[in-house]
Ligand binder design. Structure first.
Ligand code: FAD
Length: 391
């Protein structure tokens, strides 16, 4: 599951007791902050010329429902200052496949809206600053392909289980968060429109039929224009992939995998930032203390990951009628955050169902060979299928 690291001639070899980290996303930077704050030497190797360049100034949400306590308090407790721009949202408007509107509210923030990229105020720029202030060394344009002396791999997705295609844009629309469940807009996933301070992010987040992303994107734009009246100015296209899987182990030898490289992401809807930061911190802690990383991540994230894979399995079987029933069900609860908390919570039946679901998910992926004539996808767009074909 975890891709082998390939030799890169000339890669700097550790001449000291530095801990090398491959990838300067939230997971790698959280690891670097933890190591440097504890007095250790952290060297982060980032293949791009800055942090956050996988993203495009798009808005994302840090979920705030998987624990009773607030996510920002949890981040502060592990030494990550929430000094990036973040806006709490207590309300989400959701449309069913027929376009009927449901409004979900919560007393506590459902999530915090943040921006991704390398600009000032983004999550990525803030973590970079914190890592450098703590004394970590960041080396840009420095791809890491091999870790002969061990280290932390935080390279983000190594495959595509979900893709997002969308636009970032300017708008006069008031702040708001809108989502839609419909296989016409986002197969087995959801479409979203996030507006804050005159900036917008609109995307289809698809878990199937990746080839037709442009068709789904066009429908998503039309849908939100009609439903919300959003006017899109100066749009810029963006896209991305997400990877989630369940692996019995997140290390090989003295190499630890954190964040999306380890498959740590909410499989239901692709919320990965919180998992990334937490697992980066735990990986660093394991490196510093000699504690077993496996025990640390399994205690904090294992149950959540299993529950999310079970949730994803059932969600992917729902279809449009199921989405409508699902949205109606949530509309009957008083507090959406509490409902989400319960839905994401590990339980006995989810633990028991997990091995069966995992078997089905794997066989489904194995069966996904892309047979389209003339397919020119690169590795990610067909769920590894093209490389399997080539091989
Ligand atoms: C469009 C989109 C929307 C999303 N929305 C949300 C959301 O609303 N909420 C949420 O919680 N999550 C969301 N996610 C998921 C979330 O962004 C990721 O789960 C999170 O960024 C993972 O962090 P990471 O540190 O593991 O990896 P990344 O953020 O991907 O960082 C990995 C870094 O490693 C670098 N790298 C890769 N290979 C190498 C190498 N060989 N050597 C050196 N460096 C390397 C990359 O350039 C990158 O900078 C979204 C993802 C996408 C694509």
């Amino acid at each position: 599951m975890l891709s082998p690291l390939v030799a890169k001639p000339g890669m700097p070899q550790p001449s000291d007791d530095a801990i090398h980290i491959s990838g300067a996303g939230p997971a790698g930077l959280a690891a670097a902050i933890t190591i440097a704050r504890a007095g250790g030497k952290a060297i982060v190797h980032e293949r791009k010329s800055d942090v956050g360049l996988r993203f495009h100034g798009d808005f994302q949400g840090i979920e705030n429902w998987t624990t009773e306590g607030d996510v920002l308090e949890e981040l502060s407790a592990i030494g990550i200052k929430p000094d990036f721009e973040h806006t709490p949202f207590h309300e989400v408007v959701c449309y069913d496949p027929a376009g009927l509107e449901y409004v979900y509210r919560s007393a506590q923030p459902l999530f915090y809206l943040v921006c991704r990229g390398n600009q000032l105020g983004t999550l990525d720029a803030s973590l970079k600053k914190q890592a450098q202030a703590a004394g970590a060394e960041l080396r840009f344009d420095d791809a890491m392909h091999r870790m002969p002396h061990g280290g932390i791999v935080s390279e983000g997705p190594h495959g595509a289980d979900v893709i997002a295609a969308g636009y970032v844009f300017e708008t006069d629309m008031a702040d708001g968060v809108y989502t839609a469940l419909s296989d016409r807009l986002a197969p087995e996933g959801y479409a979203y429109l996030l507006i804050h301070n005159g900036q917008g992010t609109l995307a289809t987040c698809m878990f199937d039929d990746f080839h037709n992303e442009l068709i789904y994107l066009k429908r998503t734009v039309g849908f939100f224009e009609k439903k919300t009246g959003v006017q899109i100015k100066n749009p810029k296209r963006f896209g991305g992939v997400g990877n989630f899987f369940s692996s019995a182990r997140a290390h090989k030898g003295n190499i630890l995998y954190v964040g999306e490289s380890a498959g740590f992401q909410d499989a239901l809807w692709g919320f990965g930032m919180r998992h990334a930061v937490l697992s980066g911190h735990l990986g660093a802690k394991a490196m510093l203390t000699g504690n077993t990383y496996e025990r640390l991540w399994k205690n904090r994230l294992g149950g959540l990951l299993r529950a999310s894979l079970v949730n994803r399995f059932f969600f992917s079987k729902m279809g449009d009628r199921g989405y409508t029933a699902f949205l109606k069900r949530i509309s009957q609860v008083d507090d959406a955050r509490e409902w989400l908390h319960g839905h994401y919570e590990p339980s006995l039946w989810k633990n028991l169902g997990f091995p069966i679901i995992r078997f089905f998910r794997h066989s489904r992926l194995r069966g996904r060979i892309c047979l389209r004539e003339g397919c020119d996808c690169t590795w990610c767009r067909c769920r590894h299928a093209c490389s399997e074909e080539a091989g």
